[in-house]
Ligand binder design. Sequence first.
Ligand SMILES: Cc1cc2nc3c(=O)[nH]c(=O)nc-3n(C[C@H](O)[C@H](O)[C@H](O)COP(=O)(O)O)c2cc1C
Length: 213
Amino acid sequence: MTLQELAFSEEFRSQFDLLLRLRRDVRRFRSTPVDEAVLTRCLDAIQLAPSVGLSEPWRIIRLTSDAARAAAFNNFQAANAQALAGYSGDRAERYAQLKLTGMQEAPVQLAIYCDDATIKGHGLGAATMPEMRRYSVVTAITLFWLKLRAEGLGLGWVSVLDPDQLSQDLQVPQDWRLIGYFCLGHPEQTSDTPELEQKGWEVRRRALPIETR
Ligand SMILES: Cc1cc2nc3c(=O)[nH]c(=O)nc-3n(C[C@H](O)[C@H](O)[C@H](O)COP(=O)(O)O)c2cc1C
């Protein structure tokens, strides 16, 4: 069969739908280590991502040292305390009960950046909308997220952070912008419901809002 003739089967489509439904943001991990070969396969998915002008602006820092991880976790704790202070009453109580990071348990932790100054892609698309480089990194993270889930692993996106402080602690180049901090590992549970919905913070919309003009 040639690539032109290739069609995905009904079974594949239903498995793919299941993958989308069971992709979760994971904050609770088992202590089981992540197999390096599996991790590499998942990271390879990033290289298949679309990017503006084929600029491939993603840059990845793997945090392996206790010092780097401690700096990131301290950063989270300070940002989380600040975020909590922005709520009051019942919302504050609910916020305080949420687990918003698996940084203390996750066996693999990555900080993913966008190189805003890359010359790869020769500025195509990014000249008019430079933010497209950052969106490109987000598309790559989405592929990575799905691939991890397909391999039985989970990813948790942490954005409760001071990005400038993290960039300083990790000594990244000035033109790199933090897109997210990611905790990876074997999830404690499988669920088709977001944890924030399970905990009564917010609900997923049941219908997609589409307007016409
Ligand atoms: C850009 C982005 C940033 C996020 N930041 C955080 C975060 O800091 N902490 C957290 O617990 N979840 C974070 N999440 C996960 C969302 O809370 C989660 O995607 C949403 O509640 C829906 O749940 P689901 O991903 O399991 O479907 C983030 C997700 C995205 C896409």
